[in-house]
Design a protein around this ligand. Sequence first.
Ligand code: AHG
Ligand code: MN
Ligand code: MN
Length: 342
Amino acid sequence: MTATTSSRPISLTRFLIEEQRDKQHINADLRLLIEVVARACKRIAISVGRGALGGVLGSAGTENVQGEVQKKLDVLSNEILLEANEWGGHLAALASEEMDDPHPIPHRYPKGEYLLVFDPLDGSSNIDVNISVGTIFSVLKCPTGVKEPDEKAFLQPGTQQVAAGYAVYGSSTMLVLTLGDGVHAFTLDREQGSFALTQRNLHIPEDTREFAINMSNLRHWEAPMRRYIEELLAGKNGPRGADFNMRWVASMVADVHRIVCRGGIFVYPLDTKIKEKGGKLRLLYEANPMAFIVEQAGGMATDGHGRILEIMPKSLHQRVPVFLGSKNEIERVTRYHREAAG
Ligand code: AHG
Ligand code: MN
Ligand code: MN
């Protein structure tokens, strides 16, 4: 079969221009912002892809604000995103997992109305072993009248996000994006150097027989979490009457990507080891953008009790328990937690 030009997927650039012009979903600044983030993700994909040949593997010998050892690629990806986003005039400030405080736009550049929050490289433990890693980002509006945004400007519930997305650096590089009107997937065409729209309106099935959780923490979990997983593990002869399969990549991006492609649930619950911290995953640049994407794809995202997107953040690096994916399973596990809380 010969391919015609009309059957060629459209580029991210064209998709965004059409979102702006025809649907008036976004303005020129937000379009530029997404393009710039996508360009930065291409640069990160190149570095990740070079692996050992790029001299980018291994530890940077430093720690971030959360006390985690930074990998060279965590630092590099953070720099790539900062550098790409500083000068375009579309942002008021940036914040990242790898920086203690928000990063202001240098005075020599114009400022815009948006705030960008990101996890520059998610899945750090997988960098050195050639397993998928990714970048997660969330876009908020800078509160009106705020000229020099500090931490407070970023403390907005996830419902305020105007866009969110992630790039997954896997066997192919993909960008998955929501502008609040469905979730769309783009694949990096390495020959052309551009992202091409490969799937519109991703949909997470309501039911699933697949779950993602770090099972090694089972002994530290709270009772409702144990109850839920034990029921799944009991399989066909247990209360659920079905066998469930398990997957755990240990890169949230990769696990969530599998879920937006074919359904499933991803859970990082509270456990006794991380109780004081409030959870493992970070609200502003991991949980919120992924919750926005999952809800836009027809799934559900809670912290075990309520909707993640409605949590009012108290600090930039706040952590939360995360339950997201196929609706009926997330509803059930959330119900178990609510019942136990009384
Ligand atoms: P990051 O590399 O940005 O710190 O995030 C790692 C997160 C997430 O990607 C993943 O799902 C989880 O940590 C893995 O946790 P375990 O080490 O418990 O498997
Ligand atoms: Mn992460
Ligand atoms: Mn990270």
